[in-house]
Design a protein around this ligand. Structure first.
Ligand SMILES: [Zn+2]
Ligand SMILES: [Zn+2]
Length: 80
């Protein structure tokens, strides 16, 4: 039951993504799950608007919660 995600690593280096990410982190400066204020990542709630995201499509998670969310380490889901 793996969902295909249109993941493009190059996307993370575009000025658009960086600007959006910065805006999101300026608006929400703590993990939305645990409230931790360091090592914050911007996570996609869904990929329906992938490549054309809005602030509300994103979620701020600390590195730890983000890792939990994706279960990093299984080699499958390495998207943000
Ligand atoms: Zn957290
Ligand atoms: Zn994520």
């Amino acid at each position: 039951m793996s969902q295909k995600i249109p993941y493009d690593p190059n996307r993370y280096y575009t000025p658009e993504w960086r600007a959006l990410r910065r805006m999101k982190l300026a608006a929400v400066n703590e993990c939305e799950k645990c409230g931790f204020k360091h090592e914050l990542n911007v996570h996609h709630k869904h990929y329906k608007t992938y490549g054309n995201e809005k602030m509300e499509d994103l979620k701020v998670l600390c590195k730890r919660c983000h890792n939990d969310f994706h279960h990093f380490g299984d080699g499958e889901k390495k998207t943000s």
